[in-house]
Design a protein around this ligand. Structure first.
Ligand code: ADP
Ligand code: MG
Length: 333
């Protein structure tokens, strides 16, 4: 069985080319979403989002809380209705062929909602039925095995630990064998050990051909796991690039040096650096760790005859990165 060859898709018209693997696992053009909030207000959650997720990789949708990550993936999964724009999952337009598009994607939701009285096995069977996977094609035991819940298959879900519940939700998202798996903030509130095992599992799924999309608000998580990252902020995609290229763009540090005495102007010998005199006693250097070492800066400062009273470094956090990118600040972008 090929990853995209699900029961729900096979009974569809055969003239559309299901067998040709699409280059893009997901493509969105101008996707816009406005929620009507309680009290009559409106929330513009997505602002004309264009996004392409290539087939075969692990893609990170990175952004702070409220950025619109869940809204975006819930639109793809058919759980939220977009206001305008077009989107395709595995080459299938979500408006024109909603059922087939839904069959191509599995979503592991952010919330750990499970029916407390179903066992993991029952839950997967119900889910498979929901997706129209015939009993002969169900892989319930295999999936439970894969997520490490084989020995819990008959337990009440309410007796499962948080980590087991998370894995059960992953299992649920896999019953219809979707070629695209989306994990919405998979490690929020998850301890380090479980995080590592979840990541190992995600990598394994990916190596076996599943395109993975994960949303996160941790830069390090996206950096460690994803080969490509899109940064979304206030409903807008503000950067999308290969992880390596993106991290390089974000490789900015600031070194503040407080001098023992005031100076009236920057010494000429420091001109080659990106440095400013923040006040009469403070020099602020901006540099990339790849290009400049702190040692070089300190040597130059002392060669200029300046004595250092104190120094501190600062790395940009995600907020700074967003600000820099949205401003089009050239030191970060
Ligand atoms: P993220 O997943 O990145 O944290 P969300 O997509 O959940 O962001 O939310 C984006 C924005 O849309 C937020 O301002 C949020 O409050 C709002 N929002 C999300 N869901 C709803 C809803 N059902 N009704 C009204 N506003 C919503
Ligand atoms: Mg969310």
């Amino acid at each position: 069985m090929t990853p995209y060859d699900t029961a729900a898709q096979r009974d569809d018209d055969a003239d559309t080319q299901r067998d040709a693997l699409p280059d893009l696992a997901i493509s969105a053009v101008g996707v816009d979403k406005t929620y009507r909030a309680d009290g009559g207000g409106r929330v513009h959650a997505l602002k004309s989002v264009d996004l392409e997720v290539p087939r075969g990789g692990i893609f990170g949708l990175l952004g702070p809380n409220g950025a619109g990550k869940s809204t975006f993936i819930n639109i793809l999964a058919g759980l939220v209705i977009k206001t305008s724009g077009t989107a395709k999952v595995w080459g299938i337009d979500i408006d024109r062929e909603p059922r087939q598009a839904r069959a191509a994607i599995g979503v592991v939701p952010q919330e750990l909602n499970l029916d407390a009285f179903f066992s993991p096995r029952e839950m997967l069977e119900v889910q498979a039925g929901f997706y129209g996977v015939p009993p002969s094609e169900r892989r319930t035991s295999e999936i439970l095995e894969r997520v490490g819940l084989a020995d819990k298959s008959e337990a009440y879900s309410r007796s499962l630990s948080g980590g087991m519940r998370r894995r059960l939700l992953v299992a649920k998202a896999l019953v219809h064998n979707p070629p695209v798996l989306v994990l919405d903030e998979p490690t929020a509130g998850v301890d380090i050990e479980l995080r590592q095992s979840l990541w190992a599992f995600v990598r394994e799924l990916n190596q076996n051909g599943t395109t993975v999309v994960l949303t996160t608000h941790y830069l390090e998580e996206a950096e460690e796991l994803c080969d490509r990252i899109a940064i979304i902020n206030e409903g807008q995609v503000i950067a999308c690039d290969e992880t390596r290229a993106l991290v390089e763009r974000l490789d900015n540090k600031e070194l503040r040096i407080v001098l023992t005495a005031e100076i009236s102007a920057l010494p000429d010998s420091l001109q080659p650096f990106n440095v400013e005199l923040s006040d009469a006693r403070t020099l602020t250097f901006r540099y990339r760790t790849r290009e400049t070492e702190v040692r070089e800066i300190l040597d130059a400062v002392s060669a200029a005859g300046l004595a250092v009273a104190d120094l501190s470094t600062e790395e940009p956090d995600l907020e700074d990165v967003f600000l820099a990118l949205t401003r089009g600040d050239t030191t970060a972008a």
